[in-house]
Write a protein that binds this ligand. Structure first.
Ligand code: GTP
Ligand code: MG
Length: 616
């Protein structure tokens, strides 16, 4: 039997954004469609096509595609392939665009116009957006849009995508039927494009070299072989110090608020299952995770600042040689760095890696980067076991331990990379081909939007998967109730208690008690769930103590350290494993990663436990 696949395209003419990486396509897309797609100051942020809708003043509803940036229409990596396929009209489930919005960086026309000429050869109507006009004008470069339009034979608009300049003019232009006439393709062969652009720039008086901007001056320090790495270490170190130092006050407010609500419920509600569900399940469990919101936001504020300023690709550049020693190129840096937020976007970002072997290795390393979901677990254990002490120079001990945990994650990734370098065939030595963008002042508005988005994602997780899982744990640890003649604490008779006891022998050698064991199981759904689950288990079995105080009393230091070691490597996240399966198209990688890292986590926790016991 033969089956034909029929694609039904939504109504409305289709526009596609085309341009080199980092020229502001997504910023423009967000302004045109009201979306909030990720915008950041480095190449390769967008790796998938994203669709949005826009309305023209004349009332026409159009569809707009945001595409990954590309240098040419001869793709070298999976993300560039996406762009090529869409333009050629062979992308699955998508028709060929009716118009191309070519976005260029106005301060870098010599390079960016090449793609515009290539776009013209596609025989589609084109509109040119002279983006980053603010940057160009600050450096004394004024492009005559009308003259450029005559030269190229397509409409040209000045735009500052981050401010929304040029967006209204574009909308109006789209109502003009003449805009939708295909541009005449260039007569000259592609090989002559460089010469043609040079001549064109000369005629427009745009061929003189720009005076060096502040970027060059800043880079003399940032990329300095000695000062550069030092500055990078300082930045990272400062970030983890801030996570503890700045979060203290807001964290105390949330805790006080939760305690106040719990106390109110305890005095005004009769004792019973509903009160226990609210106090032990909802407030102790989900609320116990919410407490970590300030720390997560501080971490993200740093990450967003580094992303928007343009520092990140510099860090990649500095680490390139070092990564070369591990058989990786600096290309892997951005995906690995995104994994500090969450491994899932990190794994998706590997689509920008052209070499298939490098891509798989990077995917395998992404779960070892310390994602933000581990932060609540780390912060809980550090808060309970590491004294709040200042070392020499006012360095906070707690922040230092957090820094060490992140470093441990990176060190284990380095060890795995080194191992894979010796186990798998390597391609030829590759040098990093990555653009170093101009530094930008981060915009407060974008930063605020980014933080709000992050806060919202976290709160949704707490209210969704984390709440559901902690309520399940509450149910399992509250029922069945203890028999009348019970001698041991009631929770030990519950399903959770029984399951924990049954699994406990497996984890005894690495120092985990049964409470930890039953927190780890729902913790597979999301790492933070373990914190909520522990909070609930302890809330059910004891009265009115904060989780931090309880575990500080009841666990030994070696147990806490072993759990930290477990969390550094364990692939405690089913969605990450599912993403690996989707991105690699098979079971081999996700199963391999899960087996290897669970084994490694068990070993690391066991070793930590034994060593810590021997030394205390
Ligand atoms: N000053 C200034 N900055 C801009 C402008 N447009 C975008 N930016 C900044 O330029 C950087 C890149 O913007 P993006 O929209 O992520 O670029 P992109 O073309 O989508 O990049 P890829 O997805 O990597 O291909 C971000 O830091 C933006 O804030 C502009 O007109 N002026
Ligand atoms: Mg983009």
């Amino acid at each position: 039997m033969q089956q034909a696949v029929v694609h039904l395209h939504p109504a409305g003419r289709l526009l596609a954004l085309l341009g080199n990486p980092n020229c502001g396509k997504t910023a423009l897309f967000n302004r045109l469609t009201g979306s909030r797609q990720k915008v950041a100051n480095y190449a390769g942020v967008t790796v998938e096509r994203k669709e949005g809708r826009l309305l023209t003043p004349g009332g026409e509803r159009l569809r707009l595609l945001d595409l990954p940036g590309t240098y040419s229409l001869h793709p070298r990596s999976p993300d560039e392939q996406v762009t090529r396929d869409v333009l050629a009209g062979v992308a699955k489930g998508e028709k060929r665009p009716d118009l191309l919005l070519c976005v260029v960086d106005a301060s870098n026309l010599r390079r960016h116009l090449r793609l515009v000429l290539a776009a013209q050869r596609q025989g589609l109507p084109c509109v040119l957006m002279l983006n980053m006009a603010d940057v160009a004008e600050r450096r004394g470069l004024r492009v005559d849009a009308a003259a450029l339009s005559r030269e190229l034979g397509m409409p040209v608009l000045r735009s500052v995508a981050v401010e929304g300049d040029g967006v209204d003019a574009l909308r109006r232009l789209l109502d003009d039927p003449a805009t939708w006439q295909p541009a005449a393709p260039p007569q000259q062969p592609e090989a002559d494009d460089g010469a043609r652009i040079a001549a064109l720039l000369q005629r427009l008086g745009l061929d003189q070299a720009l005076p060096p901007g502040p970027t060059e001056r800043i880079d003399r320090w940032v990329l300095h072989p000695v000062l550069g790495p030092l500055l990078m270490a300082l930045l990272m170190f400062g970030m983890f110090q801030a996570v503890f130092a700045w979060a203290e006050a807001p964290k105390a407010w949330i805790e006080a608020g939760a305690a106040w609500v719990a106390a109110g419920l305890n005095t005004h509600m009769a004792e019973g299952w509903l009160r226990s569900l609210l106090v032990d399940g909802l407030i102790a469990g989900a609320g116990g995770v919410l407490v970590f919101l300030p720390q997560i936001l501080i971490l993200f504020a740093f990450i967003l600042l580094l992303e928007e300023s343009g520092y990140l690709p510099r860090a990649a550049y500095l680490l390139d040689r070092w990564m070369g020693g591990l058989g990786l190129s600096g290309r892997s840096f951005i995906p690995l760095l995104s994994s500090f937020a969450c491994a899932i976007p990190g794994i998706m970002a590997t689509r920008a890696i052209a070499n298939p072997r490098d891509r798989l290795v990077t995917i395998a390393l992404a779960p070892l980067m310390t994602c933000s979901a581990r932060l609540p677990v780390y912060a809980l254990l550090i808060g309970a076991f590491i004294p709040q002490r200042r070392l020499w120079g006012g360095i906070e001990l707690q922040g230092l331990v957090l820094f060490a945990l992140y470093a441990a994650g990176m060190a284990s990734a380095a060890a795995v990379a080194w191992l894979l370098k010796h186990l798998t065939a390597r391609g030829q030595v590759r040098t990093l081909m990555m653009e170093l963008p101009e530094y930008h002042w981060p915009r407060l508005r974008n930063l605020a939007i980014g933080l709000l988005q992050r806060a919202w994602i976290f709160i949704r997780r707490v209210g969704g998967i984390i709440l559901v899982m902690t309520l399940a744990i509450w149910l399992l640890s509250s029922y069945p109730a203890a028999p009348l003649e019970a001698t041991r604490p009631a929770i030990e008779y519950s399903w959770a208690g029984q399951l924990g006891r049954w699994l406990a022998p497996l984890f005894e050698p690495i120092g985990f008690n049964w409470q930890i064991v039953i927190a780890l199981i729902p913790g597979l759904a999301a790492r933070e769930v373990a914190v909520g689950a522990l909070a609930t288990v302890y809330a059910v079995s004891s009265e009115g103590h904060a989780l931090t105080g309880l575990i500080a009393q009841q666990w030994s230091l070696p147990t806490a350290l072993a759990l930290l070691a477990w969390y550094v490597v364990a692939p405690q996240c089913l969605s990450t494993l599912a993403t690996i399966k989707r991105e690699t198209g098979g079971w081999a990688m996700p199963l391999g990663v899960a087996t290897a890292y669970f084994g490694l986590a068990y070993g690391a926790a066991g070793l930590t436990y034994v060593l810590a016991r021997a030394s205390v």
